[in-house]
Design a protein around this ligand. Structure first.
Ligand code: ATR
Length: 276
């Protein structure tokens, strides 16, 4: 059985090692490679992979939205997110597209909080592809979402698609949270790409001091600037997005292998050690 992940860049993708760990755990033989695709060549690269016997593929940055337009069948959650991270061949040239990103984040938060309930207020910073794909899965497990983005137009657009999505401005973030407010966020998620460039976000430390968990959807060998800010401000718990990466992979694995869901907890330390 052959699998791959399409992206650009792709050389540092951890997906092959994650899927090999899962396969070893469940005693399944598979090959999982990295496929570097160009913007113009992505559709043909996907078609060729499945024409030549591909059993499944993941899709990562920057092709998730393109993949959603390419497939012949979209799952409802992928349609609502406008993004696909998992491709499943249906035979006769038909291809299904799903996204496991949102549920992957939810499962990681549940693991960290040791609770199935991700209730109360969740502040998401950012309104790009990474942010939009996690709104609905979080709402489904009880979260009330407040979104803050550097430019407000993207949040306004998302409010049209998702009911009950509240918005706040960056200016409000850089000031202390209003005193006496009983709706301070329990979880603060960084869904911006600011960590990629080592940029700190303009967040007043009191936002972190009052919250139970700071989560960066990015990950790396050292804490991201956002997580360093949160830790310095005295946040109770902080985590990067490596757990989300492993969880979304486990859900994709189950889609390809008859619903067999690997144990992610035992795999995480190995994947952490593999980070360059
Ligand atoms: P992704 O698929 O990773 O979400 P994206 O769709 O390009 O990537 O979205 C990137 C997000 O990070 C956007 O919300 C962007 O804010 P803008 O909409 O204002 O551009 C946010 N972002 C990137 N760099 C940032 C920075 N230095 N400070 C604040 N927000 C930043």
């Amino acid at each position: 059985m052959k699998f791959t992940v399409f992206g650009n860049p792709i050389a540092h993708s951890l997906s092959p090692i994650i899927h090999q760990q899962f396969a070893k755990q469940l005693r399944i033989e598979l090959e999982y490679t990295r496929s570097l695709a160009s913007k113009l060549g992505f559709a043909e690269a996907v078609a060729k992979f499945f024409r030549t016997g591909g059993a499944g593929a993941n899709v990562t940055v920057p092709f998730k939205a393109t993949a959603a337009k390419l497939v012949t069948h979209l799952t409802p959650r992928a349609a609502r997110a406008g993004a696909v991270n998992t491709l499943i061949p249906l035979g006769r040239g038909q291809l299904a597209g799903d996204t496991t990103d949102g549920e992957g984040l939810v499962r990681d938060l549940q693991r960290l909080l040791k609770s199935a309930d991700v209730c109360c207020e969740v502040l998401i910073i950012g309104a790009g592809g990474a942010a939009s794909s996690v709104i609905e899965p979080l709402q489904q497990v009880g979260a009330t979402i407040v979104m803050a983005n550097r430019s407000s137009a993207k949040v306004t657009a998302l409010q049209q698609d998702f009911g009950d999505l509240q918005a706040m401005s960056f200016a409000e973030l850089s000031a202390p949270p209003p005193t006496g407010s009983n709706s301070r966020p329990r979880i603060i998620i960084n869904a911006t790409s600011a960590s990629l460039t080592g940029t700190e976000l303009p967040i007043h430390p009191n936002w972190f001091a009052d919250s139970a968990l700071a989560y960066d959807m990015m990950y790396g060998r050292v804490p991201t600037p956002f997580l360093r800010q949160a830790q310095q401000a005295g946040v109770e718990q902080s985590a990067d997005g490596l757990g989300m990466l492993v969880e979304q992979a486990a859900l994709a694995f189950a889609l390809w292998h008859d619903g067999q869901l690997p144990n992610t907890e035992v795999v995480l330390p190995t994947i952490r050690a593999a980070l360059e």
